[in-house]
Design a protein around this ligand. Structure first.
Ligand SMILES: Cc1ncc(COP(=O)(O)O)c(C=O)c1O
Length: 421
């Protein structure tokens, strides 16, 4: 532990005073509670609004008002190329080359599209492996994909569950399961961080194990993007998608992110469902028969750039360019460790931290399973202006996002727990 934590307010304030990223908090709007900013630990669901978003949206509205169709080429940021403006920042955040990322649609839609590109079931290879308890939308996507091919989900979907009396998955069990299904496995598709437990999976090792048996590996990075730095390209990950409204603060329903390794992105023969926006740019407006994909991840773009739900992301990513993911991660590791330290002092409360205790196996989020009073504790937090979420049967998820959460915020959460329960 780089810093000797203790339970005093003074220490929280000293940690804040030493925090070189503390000033970023001022770049966000906070909901108000009794005339004060709330303490916001829900960035794992929906990030806060950067103050720059309003003017950026207004700019696009003005350009639409004054230019109409001409905005595609004459807007301040011409709409024709809108995905392009996002790529440099997003590529850095997910450790990809710029030609490997794009933005389009929303997360579950992109997961469907990517699975249609990468799941090619044969008599021999037809199984998809995922974590048991994956986010429901991912489960539905995989279930309906398999049915779409006329196959039975019970035969094709392999779910890896924690061992009896355990709450998180052991990596060795994932790797063993991949090896045990070596002959029949087509795709391994995991959430990079499980939404419920906060467990961060070793995507590099999972990808290597999948490749070793001849399968491909893809990840839903909803809880990873903007939370934990990853190296998708270097780890040889085949495909990934994520939403941009959690840690990346792009706003509700914001455009989703997509990654395909360049070995597929550059190859016009990689199968995909297409639309005109993914067509080779120089001939798109010839309106001719025959789809010729762009030779980068934009070859997966289907429809016209979604300017109004991309502009907020564009504004938000400028903050990530300034803050740097590695710096954010350093703070995040310490902030979450501080939260964990304080929670461990509360011996009289009956709860368990489900999330792994190693920084290598978690991001910003800790999941607390309360055997008693879970809902009452959640309600007490809300009453006191601390926004956390609650999931039955007794889980409170607390996500101190390093861009706008402080050590004193974490201390206040602890104080309420200590003094009320
Ligand atoms: C892990 C995960 N996957 C998928 C989704 C669904 O995302 P969307 O509604 O943007 O398709 C979510 C939403 O919170 C999620 O957390």
């Amino acid at each position: 532990m780089p810093f000797e934590f203790d339970t005093s307010l003074h220490t929280a304030q000293a940690l804040d005073a030493a925090d070189t990223l503390a000033h970023f908090k001022q770049q966000f709007y906070f909901p108000q509670h009794n005339g004060k900013d709330v303490i916001y630990f829900c960035g794992n669901s929906l990030g806060l609004q950067p103050k720059t978003v309003e003017a950026a949206v207004q700019q696009e509205l003005n350009d639409w008002k004054t230019l109409a169709i001409a905005g595609f080429s004459k807007a301040k940021t011409p709409w024709l190329y809108y995905q392009e403006y996002i790529k440099p920042s997003l590529a850095k955040i997910v450790g990809a080359k710029e030609n490997e990322v794009t933005v389009m649609n929303t997360l579950t839609v992109n997961l469907h599209l990517l699975l249609l590109s990468f799941y090619k079931p044969t008599k021999q290879r037809y199984k998809i492996m995922m974590e048991a308890g994956a986010f429901p939308s991912d489960q539905y996507a995989v279930e309906t994909l398999v049915k779409h091919f006329g196959l039975n989900p019970d035969d094709c979907i392999v779910e890896i569950a924690p061992r009896e009396n355990e709450k998180i998955l052991r990596e060795e069990d994932i790797i063993n399961a991949i090896q045990q299904n070596a002959e029949t496995l087509a795709v391994v598709m995991f959430g990079g961080i499980n939404y419920y437990t906060g467990q961060l999976f070793n995507m590099q090792n999972i990808t290597a194990a999948a490749h070793k048996v001849g399968a491909v590996a893809g990840f839903d990075l909803a809880h990873v993007a903007g939370n934990v730095p990853v190296q998708l390209h270097d780890w040889n990950v085949d495909f990934a998608c994520w939403c941009n409204y959690k840690y990346l603060n792009g706003g509700p329903g914001c455009v989703g992110g997509l990654y395909v390794h360049e070995k597929y992105a550059n190859d016009i023969n990689t199968p995909r469902l297409a639309g005109w926006w993914g067509n080779e740019e120089s001939i798109r407006f010839k309106m001719e028969k025959g789809f010729i994909p762009k030779t980068n991840a934009s070859g997966w773009n289907i429809s016209t750039a979604q300017v109004l739900n991309t502009v907020s992301l564009k504004a938000s990513l400028a903050i990530f360019d300034e803050a740097d993911m590695n710096e954010l991660r350093k703070k995040s590791i310490q902030l979450t460790a501080y939260l964990e330290f304080l929670l461990k002092q509360l011996n009289n409360l009956s709860f368990e931290i489900i999330t792994p205790s190693s920084a290598d196996e978690r991001g910003a989020q800790l999941c607390l399973y309360f055997t008693k009073h879970g809902k009452a504790i959640h309600d007490k937090m809300i009453e006191n202006g601390i926004v956390v979420d609650y999931r039955e049967p007794g889980v409170i998820r607390v996500a101190p996002a390093p861009l706008y959460c402080s050590y004193e915020n974490v201390f206040q959460f602890y104080e309420i727990l200590k003094n009320n329960f």
